[in-house]
Design a protein around this ligand. Structure first.
Ligand SMILES: Cc1ncc(COP(=O)(O)O)c(C=O)c1O
Length: 427
């Protein structure tokens, strides 16, 4: 009988150091990471706000303007054909990135914010009226709250909210009370930009469908950081932003089920979204054009696909594993600091970690860290109701958020910077 060789289990520290080596290499792809801020090497920990861009993305952007700048879907000349092909190729790449069953179900929008507004107005106004309810959660980003408030006011529908437990997870037991036959839309974040909590979307989508409600997923924080599969999530709509996933600003994706998108009226009218136009009426183009009125953000849409391929090249499972290991380390280092409170501790959390240091205002902390070259976010992170629900002083917090290029050394610098701030403020 052959001898069974037991492989020693890697410790968390060993796993982290393997990912750290990869991150060191990945950093070479991002020219901005070489810069200094206040004569210190930049430590960029504001990735939940926006990510940095690799050279391939910058090159692709330049390439479009230098070689084939032209409008799409409008001309038969060579440049227009090249631009149209690149634009539609990118749609295929971005659709593949979220495992959309059909690229035509991926609409290019300006951002997650625009996607929520599109669905609220183009779907919501046609389907919701007095007596209907929209179920959200207290942890939503304002982008996935305010558009539903506007819709609710327009149609007389009511908003209901899932609460958040102290560990930052959703109170799912409330679903049995808050999700009813009156609920027509459930709109939730996949990953909280403040707490890092990852919500069990599939489970909630199934519950929503059981009462005949739609499931909208705000995936602005999940798509950049983990493998997201719209089919596995069983959702009806999913929105995300290019700039948080190594792509440019001003471009995002809205995925929707084909039958639903086809049944919807347009969000905006104008060129490119029409079938026929008469003086007194018009007909609509098929999806996705029906929802892409006017000249789109061509360059950035093309580069969006390059960013998606760049991330796929690294591997979304690798990205998630690196961030899990580094987030664990970040939390350990933060926990060593006297007077520091971390918000949220839900298992499987993502790489956005919010905290406060005693009575120090988070903006003062961010200013001190900036002098050390360290970029973090301070404020309410567009989650004022969540800060209120958690009774957070000043209604604001500091947030460090990690990405593929962040390292152990950077987390150590953050911890040292906060200790320095502590001494400075005498806490
Ligand atoms: C969870 C979440 N939803 C929505 C948004 C809005 O994204 P954008 O500003 O790109 O529209 C953000 C941005 O921070 C976010 O974190």
């Amino acid at each position: 009988m052959s001898e069974i060789v037991m492989m020693p289990r890697q410790t968390d520290a060993e796993i982290l150091s393997v990912y750290d080596e990869q991150a060191q290499k990945i950093r070479d792809d991002f020219p901005i990471l070489c810069r200094e801020v206040h004569h210190k090497p930049l430590v960029y920990l504001d990735n939940a706000a926006t990510s940095q861009k690799p050279q391939v993305v910058l090159d692709a952007l330049n390439d479009y303007y230098v070689r084939y700048n032209a409008n799409v879907h409008r001309g038969i000349h060579t440049l227009s054909e090249e631009a149209t092909n690149a634009y539609e190729d990118s749609r295929v790449k971005v659709a593949r990135f979220i495992n959309a069953p059909d690229p035509h179900t991926l609409i290019f929008v300006r951002s997650t914010t625009e996607a929520v507004n599109l669905v609220a107005q183009a779907w919501g106004r046609a389907h919701l009226h007095k007596g209907h309810e929209i179920l959200l959660s207290v942890m939503e980003h304002h982008s996935n709250l305010v558009p539903w408030q506007i819709l609710a006011n327009q149609v007389g529908a009511k908003l209901r909210f899932l609460d958040v437990r102290e560990d930052g997870s959703l109170k799912l037991e409330d679903l049995s009370v808050k999700l009813t036959e009156r609920t027509k839309m459930v709109a939730l974040t996949h990953m909280s930009n403040m707490l890092g909590t990852v919500n069990p979307i599939k489970e909630i989508a199934m519950a929503a469908h059981n009462v005949g409600a739609m499931m909208f997923v705000d995936a602005a924080q999940s798509v950049p950081h983990m493998a997201v599969d719209v089919q596995a999530l069983e959702c009806d709509f999913l929105a995300f932003s290019g700039h948080k996933m190594c792509g440019p600003t001003g471009i995002g994706g809205l995925w929707g089920r084909r039958s639903i998108l086809e049944s919807m009226e347009p969000f905006m009218g104008g060129g490119s979204m029409i079938g026929e136009v008469h003086l007194d009426y018009s007909t609509w183009a098929d999806i996705p054009e029906k929802f892409e009125a006017g000249t789109p953000n061509i360059a950035h849409a093309i580069v969006f696909g390059v960013a998606a391929e760049y991330l796929s090249g690294i591997g979304m499972d690798h990205i998630r594993a690196h961030e899990e290991a580094l987030t664990l380390y970040l939390i350990e280092r933060l926990q060593e600091i006297d007077g520091l409170t971390i918000y949220g501790s839900a298992p499987g959390r993502g790489a956005a970690v919010s905290f406060n240091l005693d009575d120090v205002h988070p903006s003062d902390l961010a200013i001190i860290l900036d002098r050390e070259g360290i970029a973090i976010r301070s404020g309410h992170h567009c989650t004022q109701p969540l800060h209120r629900a958690m009774n957070i002083k000043y209604g604001s917090s500091a947030r460090a958020s990690l990405y593929i290029y962040n390292t152990i050394d950077e987390v150590d610098k953050l911890a040292a910077g906060i200790q320095k701030a502590r001494r400075f403020f005498g806490t």
